[in-house]
Write a protein that binds this ligand. Structure first.
Ligand code: F6R
Length: 362
């Protein structure tokens, strides 16, 4: 049931405030983060290997930043199709984590089986709790996104991020890198996030207007730094898969190492950048783009848009948010841009050509 929306994808995007609130309620009891038995002792884990495909892979790439910075745990991330055939050595003390909405993705399942007798523990982050990946894990963590019908993953992505963040907080506390007070403060911010989701959805009209302009382009570039880099990759994937517009994403700092050659007035550059500690660097990247006639669509908060000044082609203002939580909030405009660009182009949003919801063959 599309609940009055034109597409499942639109409903699944709009449902995210409630879905995230429910997912948080399932994992939090006051300041306690509840993990299913047998839990995981992060004080004994020395490193993590995160493996997934597509959007779930970008959730893993985001989690790498969280685990490394907050929990001081070294993290490797790989796409399942590369991981499984490379026969990577799995060192003692490794927890292997597999992220999959369907829990049936062939490459991800094969990568899990490869780790079976090698990793200390096998965790999975899944939406379908009865899936093969969940059943074959030592510990399966449900994301509680509810059934996702649209082929392009939306609410499953934010719910994957949520569970990975809760795991990173658990690890940070267990390893002595986060105090109770810091944990409580971050969880309070997380509980406030569904409200910021709503405030962002209320801005849909601005995002739709930008998307209509972007829909006229043949190629689009996404840029982001730090936690916004994986999100830039996710934004580009979403735009490609449902609007069929060619999109690429780069870490902002890589711009001058090649992709800047693409910049001209035909290629919109979507910059995802809350006004965090790295914002000044992003502003200088945007200036490099604008100096070459490039059109910048800046997704930021009010302070960021004010600092960026004149010359921005399209500005999308989001509420200010704790830096660590920005990937969840900025996922919404990334999804909405792709959605409205696809609607403007008249493509089949829920069933894009050549794609299947669950990829059970390699
Ligand atoms: C993109 C998308 C795909 C999936 C990928 C993995 O919108 O949906 O990239 O994320 O096929 O699927 P799961 O998570 O089921 O393993």
């Amino acid at each position: 049931d599309k609940g009055g929306y034109k597409h499942f994808m639109a409903k699944e995007i709009a449902d995210q405030p409630g879905v995230l609130a429910d997912a948080l309620a399932a994992y939090l009891d006051g300041d306690a983060i509840l993990l299913p038995d047998p839990g995981i002792d992060f004080s004994r884990i020395e490193r993590l290997t995160l493996v997934a495909c597509g959007t779930a892979f970008y959730a893993c790439l985001t989690a790498k930043y969280w685990f490394e910075k907050m929990a001081r745990l070294p993290v490797e991330v790989d796409v399942a199709s590369e991981f499984r055939y490379r026969e990577p050595p799995i060192l003692p003390g490794t927890a292997a984590v597999f992220v999959s909405q369907s829990g049936e993705t062939a490459d991800t399942l094969a990568a899990l089986r490869y780790c079976r007798d090698k990793a200390d523990t096998i965790l999975s982050v899944v939406n379908v709790e009865t899936s093969s990946i969940a059943r074959e894990s030592d510990l399966a963590l449900p994301i509680h996104a509810g059934i996702e019908v649209g082929v392009a993953s939306t609410k499953a992505f934010t719910c994957q991020l949520n569970v990975l963040l809760l795991l990173a907080i658990t690890a940070a506390c267990a390893r002595g890198h986060m105090s109770q007070a810091e944990k409580s403060q971050l969880l309070a911010e997380l509980r406030a996030l569904p409200g910021l989701f709503n405030a962002t959805l209320d801005r849909s009209a601005d995002i739709e207007a930008a998307a209509r302009k972007i829909a006229e382009a043949r190629d689009v570039l996404f840029l982001g730094r730090g936690l916004m880099y994986p999100l830039a990759l996710e934004g580009a994937l979403k735009l490609k898969e449902i609007s069929y517009i060619h999109a690429e994403a780069y870490a902002s700092g890589e711009l001058k190492h090649g992709p800047i050659a693409l910049i001209d007035k035909m290629v919109p550059v979507i910059v995802m950048a809350p006004r965090d500690a790295l914002f000044d660097k992003t502003v200088s990247n945007m200036q490099e783009v604008m100096a070459r006639g490039g059109k910048v669509c800046l997704i930021s908060d009010a302070a960021g848009l004010a600092q960026a000044g004149d010359g921005i082609w399209q500005g999308i203002t989001l509420p200010a948010v704790d830096d660590r939580l920005a990937p969840l909030l900025y996922a919404l405009p990334a999804q909405l841009l792709a959605y409205h660009a696809a609607v403007a182009k008249g493509t089949d949003v829920d069933q894009p050509r050549n794609l299947a919801k669950s990829v059970t063959v390699e």
